[in-house]
Design a protein around this ligand. Structure first.
Ligand code: PLP
Length: 395
């Protein structure tokens, strides 16, 4: 089937919720993908920060293949070895003591919000509110789209769940002012992804930690996009020298399989006793085997350090482009989550890059975002920079 035939097939019966590019990707290897017409692309989107080991990494492919031949699904009525082993691996390398597994980022945040409400109500009556940031992104379920600080995502979905309050990101005073006796938790992305790749001040994140300590609130980090090595640390909170009480993960966690997680310290996790929350698929044997393969590969191959080095190389190239092209306002990000803010909409540049064989994705209207696999090499970085330069020179 060709790209065009694929597009027609999608347009026939798939719900029309996505504005898709007019190509179908049919095969991938490392940082490369091929479309239905045989055209090759360098993939700096990675399925939106999901394929951190590149496409079809053998460690993931083999672990998953072996698991699907052994046991695919049993439900959480029973113990699941890969799930318990992945929980142990995550806790050994983070602040957390316990993990709840689910299937997506939204579900992980939904779990965090539910935990915050239960934990808050155990401390004091009426403590249920969650403070989140403007321009944030936390997901598309009713609770998480309400948590999300973007009007356009909430449009038309009234009535929305109660108990959320939005404050400007990277503004500690605003967070301090928003806290009252109803506040249970503060939920933020330690680095905003969809909101335009925004890295806050270290003093902001540290200030939120102090505020939560002073007022007895939970500090919850949404690391769905930035976790698992993406920013040059295994978890983005490591950049700020503070630990959260709760953290959510998803995108890169399952190496392309749908896996989300909500992690918490023991004393917080106690607010989730048996029966308080559940997921049929959550943490099933296959997705957790994939997650284990991702975790092991990241650690064994030193991909977090490599991410920092390659992120530095890509950053340097982008900084040079920003020097040359006046319409680039700013280059920002950490590790291999990088964005270029333009003084105009970047959608036409994204289209042009695609035509030239480079996949990139906007974060907001004006920010061109790059999230290549953590396995990327210098040659691929140079190739991407070359294409970008050609495209920017003619827009
Ligand atoms: C992508 C994302 C989500 C939502 O994840 P889904 O798997 O699409 O539900 C939540 N938070 C952040 C920070 C994200 O980047």
């Amino acid at each position: 089937m060709s790209n065009l035939e694929m597009q027609r097939l999608t347009d026939g019966n798939v719900m029309n919720t996505y504005a898709r590019f007019p190509i179908a990707l049919v095969r991938g290897e490392g940082a490369r993908v091929w479309d239905a017409d045989g055209k090759e692309y360098l993939d700096f989107v990675s399925g939106i920060a999901v394929n951190s080991l590149g496409h079809c990494h053998p460690a993931v492919a083999e672990a998953v293949a072996e698991q699907v031949r052994t046991l695919i699904h049993v439900s959480n009525l029973y113990h699941i070895e890969p799930q318990a082993r992945l929980a142990k691996a995550l806790c050994e390398r983070s602040f957390a003591d316990r993990v709840f597994f689910c299937n997506s980022g939204a579900e992980a945040n939904e779990a965090a919000i539910k935990l915050a409400r239960r934990h808050g109500s155990e401390q004091a009556r009426g403590r249920s509110e969650v403070i989140t940031a403007l321009n944030s992104f936390h997901g598309r379920t009713l609770a998480t789209l309400t948590a999300t600080g973007q009007e356009k995502i909430r449009l038309g979905y009234d009535p929305l769940p109660q108990g959320f309050r939005h404050v400007p990101f990277n503004d500690l005073d605003a967070a301090v002012d928003a806290v009252d006796e109803r506040t249970a938790a503060i939920l933020v992305e330690p680095i905003q992804g969809e909101g335009g790749v925004v890295v806050p001040d270290v003093s902001y994140i540290r200030g939120l930690r102090r505020l939560c300590d002073d007022k007895g609130l939970l500090l919850m980090f949404d690391e769905v996009q930035v976790g698992m090595g993406r920013t040059g640390r295994l978890f983005a909170y490591e950049h700020f020298g503070v630990e959260p009480d709760v953290m959510t993960l998803a995108k890169a966690l399952g190496g392309g399989l749908p896996l989300g997680a909500m992690l918490a310290r023991e004393d917080v996790a106690r607010s989730f006793p048996p029966g308080s929350h559940a997921s049929t698929f959550g943490g099933n044997p296959v997705v957790c085997r994939a997650g284990l393969a991702v975790m092991e590969t990241i650690l064994e191959a030193g991909l977090v350090g490599r991410c920092e080095a390659m992120g530095g190389a890509l950053r340097q190239g982008l900084d040079a482009l920003a020097q040359r092209f006046g319409f680039i306002r700013e280059v920002r990000g950490k590790g291999l989550l990088l964005g270029m803010e333009m003084d105009r909409e970047c959608a036409p540049m994204v289209q042009e890059c695609m035509r030239e064989g480079l996949l990139v994705v906007p974060a907001g209207a004006n920010v061109l975002r790059m999230v290549p696999p953590l396995t990327i090499g210098q040659g691929e970085v140079d190739e991407a920079l070359g294409i970008l330069e050609r495209v920017l020179a003619r827009v």
